[in-house]
Design a protein around this ligand. Structure first.
Ligand code: ATP
Ligand code: SKM
Ligand code: MG
Length: 183
């Protein structure tokens, strides 16, 4: 397969800090593009039949990260998917490498000021946030910003609803496809 053929078929990977909207937006983008939607956290939850919080309790974060890596590698080898990663997946170099080499990686960005307004709706289901002070969460937020710098495209999501974000992604992809594969 040559490059012209492959760009339209590349799977789309959505990255960003936990709670930024990767799952919600990814599902909408997949529907609009008539593609399968894969949420890596959901794949892991379904494999254990328990929520991520309990997966962390059962196998610990280290084994969770290993499983996360294996599943991402498996799906990134496939074409025409929309794949939402978990917020910590990009900590692993292997994951950054496999996604950037095989897929179109879109970074959903958000400012700390907007993100902290969302904390109360996500905290119960995000084990990484448990037991941390607001200052520690802020530190984690800024520390993680560095790892998301490896991407193909970035979208600032402050003040945008999930439908608008999904529309923007789909329109941007259409422009990219026309640019790199006009026929
Ligand atoms: N742009 C947005 N505006 C308002 N609320 C949003 C927006 N994006 C997501 N949300 C809400 O924030 C919460 C977290 O969204 P979601 O689960 O999609 O995040 P995520 O990036 O997949 O998180 P994780 O990294 O933990 O998987 C949901 O309740 C969702 O409805
Ligand atoms: O940011 C993180 O480290 C995580 C985010 C979630 O998507 C889950 O993958 C899990 O709660 C860990
Ligand atoms: Mg998610």
């Amino acid at each position: 397969m040559n490059n012209r053929e492959s760009i339209r078929e590349k799977s789309i990977v959505i990255i960003g800090f936990m709670g930024v909207g990767k799952t919600t937006v990814g599902e909408l983008v997949a529907k609009k593009l008539y593609r399968d939607f894969i949420d890596i956290d959901r794949v892991i939850e379904n494999s254990f039949n328990i929520p991520i919080v309990d997966v962390f309790k059962l196998i610990g974060e280290k084994s969770f990260r290993q499983k996360e890596k294996e599943i991402i590698k498996e799906y990134c080898a496939q074409k025409l998917k929309v794949i939402s990663l978990g917020g910590g997946a990009y900590l692993q170099e292997d994951i950054r490498k496999v996604t950037l080499e095989n897929c179109i990686v879109i970074f959903l960005d958000i400012t700390w000021e907007s993100w902290k307004e969302r904390l109360n709706i996500i905290i119960d289901s995000r084990p990484v946030l448990h037991g941390k002070t607001m200052e520690e969460i802020e530190e984690l937020f800024y520390k993680r910003q560095g790892i998301y710098k490896s991407h193909h495209s970035k979208l600032e999501t402050d003040n945008l609803n999930t439908i608008d974000i999904a529309d923007f992604i789909v329109e941007s992809l259409k422009i990219a496809y026309e640019m790199y594969d006009p026929n």
